[in-house]
Design a protein around this ligand. Structure first.
Ligand code: PNS
Length: 164
């Protein structure tokens, strides 16, 4: 982004579990890509929790779903998000909001992150209406019961889940 001759390289992190990556995640990511020079999707590695996909599988799937976005890269991190953000010199953390009920958790996390790293700003982006009810846990549940997840997740994710 260039403003009055000054060049900023604004890096935003888009953190989450992404288990799996949904159309809702893609929607937020595409919005973030229009606002920041570069967006790093950062997958949180939680060693005490086994997910549906491993973090490496999630990384490969997100890469497969974001080939059309030239300013995106995908990374896995372990530990505190703000430590990772400072290490990467990121200026912002992007989080998606679907509905009011998301806000309580997001509000607490944003304040905690701000206390730990005041230089990193949390930016909330509203999801498109079509994705307001989409969540990774809902997708896993529909899949577990044999339902059709094709309207919730990009094709590479649908195929990978079907192969399980
Ligand atoms: O998609 P999610 O599960 O809502 O993502 C939550 C995530 C991964 C962003 C959050 O749990 C996280 O940042 N985990 C890493 C540990 C950390 O920094 N926690 C926040 C301290 S308030």
């Amino acid at each position: 982004m260039t403003t009055k001759g000054l060049t900023h390289n604004e890096l935003a992190l888009y953190p989450g579990s992404f288990d799996p990556f949904t159309f809702g995640h893609l929607d937020i990511l595409e919005r973030a890509c229009r606002l920041f020079d570069h967006v790093e999707v950062t997958i949180a590695q939680n060693s005490s929790k086994t997910g549906f996909f491993s973090t490496e599988e999630r990384k490969a799937l997100i890469e497969a779903c974001t080939g059309h976005l030239s300013n995106v890269s995908v990374h896995v991190f372990e530990g505190l998000l703000v430590h990772h953000a400072s290490q990467r010199n990121a200026t912002a953390l992007v989080r998606g909001l679907r509905q009011v009920s998301d806000f309580d958790y997001e509000f607490r996390m944003a304040f905690a992150n701000r206390r730990l790293a005041p230089e990193v700003e949390t930016v909330f982006l509203m999801t498109g209406e079509a994705h307001a009810l989409t969540s990774a846990s809902l997708v896993r549940e529909i899949h577990r019961h044999g339902g059709d997840i094709s309207s919730f997740v990009p094709e590479p994710v649908r195929q990978a889940m079907a192969a399980r």
